[in-house]
Design a protein around this ligand. Structure first.
Ligand SMILES: [Zn+2]
Length: 330
């Protein structure tokens, strides 16, 4: 009788990009080389409200980019900022993705379970002399778009009510964005020492995202262009923490052309029409300039996604920073 091979993917140690090598703990010693997927992408929503068309556009772009390269698509719930969260929102998001056929690989990672990992990263940075406490009030910083370094050399105690900042240098951080081209930022000049732990407790997005992307072995980040500006801070933290930098592709954000605002939970974007998931996916594909055939709208979710994976053309978004929200053509 032929025995099925045990599923070994979760046992593989991620060793970087490419169909690389990994250690398979199920296999005999001389069979230790297995293939691991070269592409590990992710979608990382914050549970601050239901999924809306703007977040679907970003989710779909990252899903299609991963699946068109035979990659895995992971899901992370960025629930490390309780005051901003809406109870039930993470369930709404998971249910909406499921209904839209955007099934994720592996288990969902929740940032609320990752405090120890963030703390370890913080201690690592602190041992390198990169962290200091800052007691500046919001008012004191109101006139500064870049932190002026007030507390940099004061050696204030790390205690309640103090934020923790990471020192930056005048080094220029460059990266090649797959859609937006060459990017460069001098952190000292353009950003300043930035907060890694807020005075009210939560770790900053910058620290958490870098630690979690490395933990999940993410090779490719496809996300909204509103996060382009924070990428050099993440590259800097990856460098300081000796973590591999992923590739980046920043997709244009959906704009409400009547208000001139980015479509977000804050400006109460209309929730998705989940009663007609295939048509909703079609609309998102059309907004992403993938030119889906009109007949596809009447097909199943699986058929729409199969077409979209086979026909994914990220180059349609190259150099674009905004997509105009418009109703789908009749
Ligand atoms: Zn300060």
């Amino acid at each position: 009788m032929q025995r099925a091979l045990p599923a070994c993917a979760p046992e593989l140690r991620f060793l970087g990009r490419g169909w690389g090598e990994g250690v398979c703990h199920h296999a005999p010693a001389r069979m230790t080389v297995c293939a691991v997927p070269l592409y590990r992408g992710r979608f990382a929503p914050s549970p601050t409200g239901p999924l809306h068309l703007g977040s679907l556009v970003a989710a779909l772009a990252s899903y299609l980019d991963a699946k068109s390269q035979q990659g895995l698509w992971l899901l992370r719930i960025e629930d490390s900022d309780p005051p901003r969260e809406v109870p039930e929102a993470s369930n709404w998001i998971l249910q909406a993705l499921d209904k839209l056929g955007l099934h994720w690989d592996e288990t969902v990672l929740r940032q609320s379970t990752r405090q120890e990992a963030y703390l370890a990263a913080l201690h690592d940075l602190a041992q390198q002399g990169l962290i200091y406490a800052c007691r500046c009030s919001r008012l004191a910083l109101a006139d500064h778009s870049i932190y002026p370094g007030t507390c940099r050399d004061l050696q204030l105690p790390w205690q309640e009510g103090a934020a923790l900042r990471c020192r930056v240098t005048a080094q220029c951080w460059r990266f090649q964005d797959r859609l937006q081209g060459e990017q460069a930022q001098n952190l000292a000049r353009d950003c300043g020492d930035f907060v890694v732990r807020r005075k009210d407790g939560p770790f900053s997005y910058q620290l958490a995202v870098v630690v979690d992307d490395a933990h999940q072995g993410i090779t490719d980040i496809v996300r909204g262009i509103d996060l382009l500006d924070s990428t050099p801070r993440q590259l800097y933290l990856q460098h300081c923490l000796r973590l591999p930098p992923p590739r980046y592709a920043h997709v244009p954000v959906l704009m409400d052309t009547t208000s001139g605002q980015k479509l977000s939970k804050q400006n109460l974007a209309t929730p998705l029409d989940l009663a007609r998931p295939a048509a909703t996916l079609w609309h998102a594909l059309w907004l992403l300039r993938q030119e889906p055939p009109p007949s596809l709208r009447e097909d199943s979710v699986a058929q729409v996604l199969a077409w979209a994976v086979n026909n994914w053309r990220p180059a349609q978004l190259r150099g674009l920073t905004q997509l105009a929200l418009a109703a789908p053509p009749l």
